[in-house]
Ligand binder design. Structure first.
Ligand code: NAD
Length: 276
């Protein structure tokens, strides 16, 4: 169990959406906040809101940039003290049908959704372990990291990686007093689809008219589903509770119940018959 009060929390993608919901919950619980994002307007809004209740520093950081990550981490620890609460949350959604993916799209999707999380771990974990003061890491994956449904090959590849990494970290870090949680949201009401569409690389992506139509339909359907999803402040509270109670998994709803059951059954059914 980790008491967040007085600790320094580092939240990637902290300007909007789920990251902002987490920031609000932690601020109310007395944590100091370092928020990083590419969206500087959102960071300014979050700082104006949250510095009323707790110390807040914001930095423009692309989580793919390892050198910039190290520099920002040093600046944060200088001004707010050692980071012992890490939220690897920044992410993007999108992609293309498997046969139409480009290396630019792979580098973008895996770069942010998987390497961004790796970079957070590489930057902060050694110090967290060396200081011996415990702490907690929350990695934002997705229901798409628990069973492959309709989120596409690119997104599922990264999010399965985040789930696997989190489970392995959890198995290893208990002795160091560092808890690990993997957040696997279903639909959450954020602007991720539109924000991701505006930054995803388009070069070399050639879709047929039918594929363009299907993609637009999928985006429209996902936008409706997300708008009807859980609110960011509710997710923030779920994350705070998981940190306090040291829970490994967070589901924000039961949307993935059937796909997880089907995947588990298929995995078990594929095992050789028990020896007689
Ligand atoms: N919204 C959902 O329904 C949903 C469902 C499952 C998983 N998730 C995951 O939750 C996380 C947060 O998503 P959200 O819905 O809050 O999206 P969001 O777009 O509202 O917030 C994501 C934030 O990350 C920032 N960001 C994007 N690329 C970045 C980069 N390279 N470096 C730093 N910051 C960057 C964006 O500017 C944005 O502020 C993501 O990892 C996403 O995959 C979201």
């Amino acid at each position: 169990m980790t008491d967040v009060h007085g600790r320094t929390a580092f939240i990637t993608g902290g300007g909007n959406g789920i990251g902002l919901g987490i920031a609000r919950s932690l601020a109310r619980a007395g944590a100091k906040l370092a928020l990083v994002d590419l969206d500087t307007d959102a960071l300014a809004r979050a700082k104006a809101e949250l510095e009323q209740i707790t110390p807040v520093e914001t930095y423009r950081l692309d989580v793919r940039d390892r050198a910039a990550y190290a520099a920002v981490a040093a600046a944060v620890e200088q001004s707010l003290g050692p980071v012992s609460l890490l939220f690897n949350n920044a992410g993007v959604a999108g992609g293309a049908p498997a046969a139409k993916l480009t290396y630019d799209l792979w580098d973008w999707g895996i770069g942010i959704n998987l390497h961004g999380v790796i970079n957070g771990i590489q930057t902060f974990l050694p110090g967290m372990v060396a200081r011996g003061l415990g702490g907690h890491i929350v990695n934002t994956a997705s229901g798409a990291g628990l069973a492959a449904t309709t989120s596409g090959v690119l997104y599922s590849t990264a999010k399965f990686g985040v789930v696997g990494m989190s489970e392995a970290l959890n198995a290893e870090l208990g002795g160091a007093g560092i808890g690990v949680t993997v957040l696997c949201p279903g639909p959450v009401a954020t602007g991720i689809i539109q924000r991701s569409a505006s930054t995803s690389p388009k070069a070399g992506l050639v879709l047929t008219e039918e594929q363009k139509r299907a993609s637009a339909e999928r985006v429209a359907k996902m936008t409706v589903a997300l708008n009807q999803g859980v609110g960011i402040d509710d997710v923030g509270e779920m994350v705070l509770k998981a940190v306090r109670e040291n829970s490994l998994y967070i589901h924000t709803d039961r949307v993935m119940e059937a796909p997880i059951k089907a995947r588990t059954k298929a995995l078990l059914d594929a095992m050789p018959a028990p020896a007689a």
